[in-house]
Design a protein around this ligand. Structure first.
Ligand SMILES: [Zn+2]
Length: 422
């Protein structure tokens, strides 16, 4: 979530607040103050505002629950942002094992359930059996004004506040445990399936399917409510749609990650390079190879001598050598040795290749055989082609060519982001 305003840091984690948060703060304050009106109209708005702050504080504590478990596992927490629909703790990477992931996911809802249970007990002590009635539905005028008479205004307000916060925390805690993937409960389900099957991707699939089903079910609930002329059906449709979409995105990300891990340099590489004799003179190289090439294509040359690959021919270097000397000097003088190139093995996984390409801003990496000779090259176009093959995407070769020419991954794939999570 971008566009938040930094308001400080907790436990070294930067805390951001999105402008939409203010909207929800006032909405909550207004909503809660309605109930407090029946205790004291003078203090209602202030009490509503205090409750709203504490409600949003509970959301912050939920995110801190996630964040502190992440930090305990040695995972960096980049930020916590509060926005319209709650909060997001932005975590650098996912835990490597299912139980750590389970702990991380469950920590947030657990914080709410602990706070909620504690406040429910407090409210029950203060309000007695009325707490159950007030907490579930009936904050009507008669019940609440009776409370003010019985307990006095101050105690009645504080008790009601505790009750409201208890209800909020328990509802939020339980809601987040629904096993649908954008929610924490989805992560919990994912971790459990991951633990049982030993496959993180099976976990993602199950939790995402579950999210899609729950999303559809929620939307259907919303539509049937609308048919019964209950306007809050719109809310359910919206939430269901959001859950369905996020689950689908998780599913696609999971497939993409799995595919990336299944591709190695060997299956992605091409042989779009030429091996030339390192002992040939610069003049001959320029005449026979450079001048013959097609204008739009910049071929890659590797030089070999005595049966060994020596390195990449850096044709740009020719410009710095006077033409009179092209006859006497050979390719060795413009060869960049293999040891100084960015090389990978045949079995190197593609996420590592993507990392190298992006971090070092390379046009391609060179693939070496176990014997140390050049067997292929992998550029961004080759990565996408291999990915498309694996996932049965129909991508025209012209599109691959464009990626090769531009030297950029399609930004919508978010490949760097995805590989950094692996
Ligand atoms: Zn959470």
């Amino acid at each position: 979530m971008r566009g938040g305003m930094r308001i400080g840091a907790i436990f070294g984690i930067p805390l951001y607040i999105h402008p939409t948060w203010l909207l929800i703060l006032f909405l909550l304050a207004w909503m809660y103050s309605e109930g407090y009106q029946n205790v004291s109209s003078r203090l209602a708005l202030t009490s509503g505002l205090v409750t709203a702050f504490l409600v949003l504080g509970s959301i912050l504590l939920h995110e801190l629950g996630h964040s502190l478990v992440a930090k305990a596992q040695g995972i960096e927490v980049k930020s916590v942002t509060l926005f319209l629909f709650g909060g997001i703790a932005s975590i650098a990477k996912e835990p490597k094992d299912p139980l750590s992931n389970l702990a991380l996911a469950a920590a947030g809802p657990l914080v709410n359930l602990v706070i909620g249970s504690f406040l429910a007990v407090v409210a029950w002590f203060a309000l007695g059996d009325q707490a159950i009635l007030l907490g579930t539905a009936d904050q009507t005028q008669e019940v609440i004004s009776g409370l003010a008479v019985e307990l006095g205004v101050g105690r009645a307000l504080v008790s009601l506040m505790a009750l409201n916060l208890a209800v909020f925390n328990i509802v939020i805690g339980l809601f987040n445990l629904i096993p649908a993937l954008p929610l924490d409960g989805g992560q919990v389900l994912k971790s459990i399936v991951w633990k049982i099957t030993g496959s993180r991707f099976s976990g993602i699939r199950w939790a995402a399917y579950s999210g899609q089903i729950i999303g559809i079910f929620t939307m259907l609930l919303g539509f049937s409510a609308l048919f019964a002329q209950a306007l809050n059906g719109i809310f359910f449709i919206f939430v269901g749609w959001f859950v369905f979409n996020s689950a689908t995105v998780h599913l696609q990300y999971g497939r993409l990650q799995q595919a990336l891990l299944e591709i190695d340099a060997e299956s992605a590489m091409t042989r779009d390079f030429r091996i030339v004799d390192a002992d040939m003179s610069l003049r001959r190289f320029a005449d026979d190879f450079l001048l013959m090439q097609e204008k739009d294509k910049q071929p890659i040359f590797f030089a070999a001598s005595d049966g060994r690959d020596r390195g990449m021919v850096n044709a740009d270097e020719l410009r710095y050598i006077e033409r009179e000397r092209w006859e006497q000097e050979d390719l060795h003088s413009i060869v960049k040795p293999l040891q100084s190139l960015d090389v990978v093995d045949l079995s190197t996984k593609i996420p590592r290749v993507i990392d190298m390409l992006e971090q070092k801003e390379l046009p391609y990496v060179t693939v070496l055989s176990p014997a140390g000779s050049v067997t292929g090259i992998v550029d961004r176009g080759d990565v996408i082609r291999a990915l498309a093959r694996r996932l049965n995407w129909r991508i025209p070769e012209a599109y691959i060519k464009r990626i090769k020419a531009e030297g950029k991954f399609p930004p919508e794939l978010k490949l760097t982001e995805i590989t950094s999570q692996l």
